[in-house]
Design a protein around this ligand. Structure first.
Ligand SMILES: [Zn+2]
Length: 631
């Protein structure tokens, strides 16, 4: 149907009535110091030529007032996020925003630019640097800082500086300790599952528009461009560490295991400016990211912000971050840091207070709301994370998936239980008849929950699929969170369209660039989760691996349906492979290239070549389009 129901319209009107949506403070902060920008920004893929970003796709956001199909609070956030251009935050400190989901920041050094976070793709980074060059003149890049280990903050480096030039000029790259291992490891073991779910979270397959993708909450959208990974030349290992880069003094604060496993904030004393990385971003961030990830530490996160307040709060007249917009003025900076600190602290403490009273995850999430003193400020609202799923994250971090009720210890899986639920409830038609009444009453959460059983019992039941899609759609239209909206609307899309959406986004293309940065041990771990364990039962084989270029030898052993690896060549290996580390990347990224690598002499096998074949035959390729909304 793709229009707002009366209940959805009323809910969204309620949001508009409750919130001071025309509060001009955020827009003033967004536009402050704007130097230049294009009327329409189009960025093309450097190899394939198609547009990876066209701001015209969000022209519908010209409307001041939200349509009934978009939560007005999310609409406001989307309008703030669609602003794009080059901004002067302070003399010598600039940002390009709206060219990517993340921001690129530049600090004027004595001879060139110190670049903070070179965006997600080289194409968007190059476009941002073109804008900088046009309006601020041509200056060399003299240093690069990665605030943290997420791909939208390092992968566009090649668009900021030619990678050979960087190496030749020895331009420093500064990052928090453990940056490289975290940059590649967070998405390795669960990579395919995360990628498929990320497509839902960022709305990559949705058309943009009032009934489609509007914003990601943290920024407009993720560009699917070219990525690279160059590790740091210097790692920050302690809070209080100082560096002088191109004549600019910087004081660092390490904040690991909060927003990212490796992250840091830092202060520029001469600018009286604090870079908050992704720890304070004018939204409530994710303690659990819906694409799937390890749960983050809300308590540590809150304490880091408190530490920043005490370390830098008195000496900061502005705070800027790697997403969204800055805050200006000493009092405003201090107030903002305090509310961000207390948002994460509140989520942590109140979730565990209720957990210790015996409430389970869903009950806590239902009961908790931010207090008015926090919820009343847009910068703490759930445009990206939400109170609901962040409370569940805190619970999960401490108590895990099991709620303690033995009835939930060993439930039937979705498909089996769905068949029986539907049968108990009198069959699909009876369920749908009642569910339609609940839909008409606007009870969409319940409809989605109950009709899901019908879809899982009878995936070919088009009436059930349509009703489920309609319920998810209304939930999406009401969602304040960008990722929630995207999840709901992508679910509706896949229910209505038999062709399932594949993964997209930078992940699909990041494989080779990131695989090359893995340690050999991590590569073998990756193979381990591809092993078809049941099929491997009874097989025993040990393969030796020699990598002369990195001077390493390994044994990879299969027994008891499990792989294990050890950095020595064992005596009993059936075959030994010799190759360079980059050939390993090549055959991993494309297993069919083994034959070619052998022919070209890049790979040699001594011993029983059939042993390798037996092992590889037991490795499965993950399904990049696995089912989500149906069995
Ligand atoms: Zn980010």
């Amino acid at each position: 149907m793709s229009s707002a129901s009366p209940q959805t319209t009323a809910a969204n009107q309620g949001v508009a009535a409750e919130l001071p949506l025309d509060d001009p403070a955020d827009l003033a902060n967004v536009r402050r110091g704007r130097i230049a920008g294009l009327e329409r920004l189009v960025v093309h893929h450097s190899v394939h030529g198609h547009a990876i970003l066209d701001t015209e796709d969000w022209a519908f956001l010209d409307e001041d007032t939200a349509p009934s199909t978009v939560n007005p609070s999310l609409w406001r956030q989307a309008r703030l996020n669609r602003e794009h251009g080059l901004y002067e935050l302070a003399p010598g400190l600039y940002q390009v925003r709206g060219y990517d989901i993340s921001n690129i920041s530049l600090v004027e050094g004595e001879t060139g630019w110190i670049v903070i976070d070179p965006l997600t793709s080289s194409e968007t980074a190059r476009a941002a640097m073109d804008l900088v060059r046009e309006h601020l003149g041509a200056r060399p890049v003299t240093a690069v800082i990665y605030t943290h280990s997420h791909i939208d903050h390092f992968a566009g480096l090649a668009g900021v500086i030619d990678l050979e030039e960087r190496a030749a000029r020895d331009v420093p790259i500064v990052a928090p300790e453990r940056f490289l291992v975290e940059a590649v490891s967070e998405n390795v073991i669960a990579g395919p599952a995360m990628l498929r779910r990320a497509g839902y979270m960022y709305g990559n397959h949705l058309p943009t528009g009032p009934v489609g993708q509007v914003d990601c909450g943290l920024g407009r959208s993720v560009p699917a461009g070219s990525v690279s990974l160059v590790g740091p030349t210097h790692e920050i290992t302690a809070t209080g560490e100082e560096l002088v880069l191109d004549g600019v003094r910087i004081v660092f604060q390490l904040t690991p295991d909060a927003e990212a496993p490796a992250e840091m904030m830092f202060h520029f004393p001469h600018l009286r400016a604090l870079c908050a990385a992704e720890n304070c971003t004018s939204v409530m961030h994710n303690l659990y990211t819906l694409r799937g990830a390890q749960v983050r530490d809300a308590l540590a996160w809150s304490k880091y912000i408190n530490e920043a307040l005490h370390l830098f709060g008195d000496d900061s007249d502005l705070v800027f971050a790697s997403h969204n917009w800055p805050r200006f003025g000493r009092e405003e900076v201090r107030h903002y840091l305090r509310t961000q600190r207390d948002t994460y602290r509140y989520l942590h403490d109140q979730t565990m207070r209720l957990a210790n009273r015996g409430l389970v995850m869903t009950e806590i999430a239902e009961e908790l709301d931010l207090p008015a003193s926090l919820a009343g400020e847009f910068g703490n609202r759930g445009y990206y994370g939400t109170v609901n799923h962040n409370a569940k994250a805190v619970y999960q971090r401490y108590l895990g998936w099991f709620d303690g009720n033995p009835a939930n210890l060993h439930p039937l899986p979705p498909e089996q239980s769905a068949v029986r639920y539907v049968e108990y409830m009198g069959g699909a038609d009876a369920v749908l008849e009642r569910a339609r009444k609940d839909f008409d009453a606007g009870d969409y959460r319940w409809v989605a929950q109950v009709v899901n059983h019908v879809v899982f019992a009878e995936p070919g039941n088009t009436a059930a699929r349509e009703l489920q899609a309609a319920a998810l759609e209304q939930l999406g239209f009401q969602a304040e969170s960008g990722p929630w909206r995207n999840f709901y609307l992508t679910g509706a899309l896949e229910l209505r369209r038999p062709q399932r959406t594949g993964p997209s986004g930078p992940g699909g293309r990041q494989a080779a660039a990131l695989l090359q940065a893995l340690t050999v041990d991590m590569v073998f771990d990756l193979l381990g989760v591809r092993l078809d364990g049941p099929a491997a039962d009874g097989e025993e084989v040990a393969i030796g691996w020699r990598f002369p270029d990195i001077d390493q030898e390994w044994t990879l052993r299969l027994e008891h349906s499990a792989l294990s690896s050890w950095p020595e060549l064992d005596d009993d290996v059936a075959a030994t492979l010799t190759m360079s580390r980059s050939t390993l990347t090549r055959v991993l990224a494309d297993p069919t290239s083994i034959g070619a690598a052998l022919e070209e002499g890049e790979l040699t096998i001594d011993g029983d070549a059939g042993a390798l074949g037996r092992l590889f035959a037991l490795l499965e390729q993950p399904d990049p389009r696995f089912n989500i909304i149906e069995p």
